[in-house]
Design a protein around this ligand. Structure first.
Ligand code: GDP
Ligand code: MG
Length: 177
């Protein structure tokens, strides 16, 4: 869309999905506010946070949606996905079941959104190397077979958090500009 001066502005909706307790809310709070909560409850109560970045001298805003814990009951609604142009599909590298459930989340995403969604597979909690339960190679391989970007992150120590969100945002920008 264009503003009155003829410049362009961009607003992209991005959703974060994945099993309960994989670190979705902390990835968002780390990215948007540089905060980490070791005792985070399922519900923080904020539907989304808006974060801006500069690409090619243009202000690009990402409206990043976090579940309010509905994933615990497999009750994430179509409203959550509506209009999303990007998605982070998160698992916990220390809990294999969360990786095994990635396929289910990808199916749900496909059902509720356009095929043009920029998608990244995120293996979170990479700081927990000592209790790793999913190898980097397995993550990469799943991402390749499903056509997703892939990154391991840590919301705890900030590894790759900004990089992961910004890669998705840049990918969306490139596909629309
Ligand atoms: P959500 O249910 O997917 O939103 O997960 P939360 O963000 O609420 O995090 C669940 C739990 O995992 C909390 O106790 C967090 O402190 C913890 N956690 C989140 N991200 C990380 C991480 O990168 N490393 C470690 N070690 N713990 C994390
Ligand atoms: Mg949460």
């Amino acid at each position: 869309s264009s503003d009155e001066e003829g410049g362009e502005e961009y607003l992209f909706k991005i959703v974060i999905i994945g099993d309960s307790a994989v670190g979705k809310s902390n990835l968002l709070s780390r990215y948007a506010r540089n905060e980490f909560n070791p005792h985070s409850k399922a519900t923080i109560g904020v539907e989304f946070q808006t974060q801006s970045m500069d690409i090619d001298g243009k202000e690009v805003k990402a409206q990043i949606w976090d579940t309010a814990g509905q994933e615990r009951f497999r009750a994430v609604t179509s409203a959550y996905y509506r209009g999303a142009v990007g998605a982070l599909v998160v698992y916990d590298i220390s809990r294999r079941t969360t990786f095994e459930n990635v396929g289910r989340w990808l199916d749900e995403l496909k059902t509720h959104s356009d095929t043009t969604v920029a998608r990244m597979l995120v293996g979170n909690k990479c700081d927990l190397e000592n209790i790793r339960d999913v190898s980097v190679e397995e993550g990469k391989s799943l991402a390749e077979s499903e056509g997703l970007f892939f990154m391991e992150t840590s919301a705890l120590n900030s590894t790759n958090v900004k990089t992961a969100f910004e890669l998705v945002i840049k990918e969306i920008y490139n596909s629309v500009s």
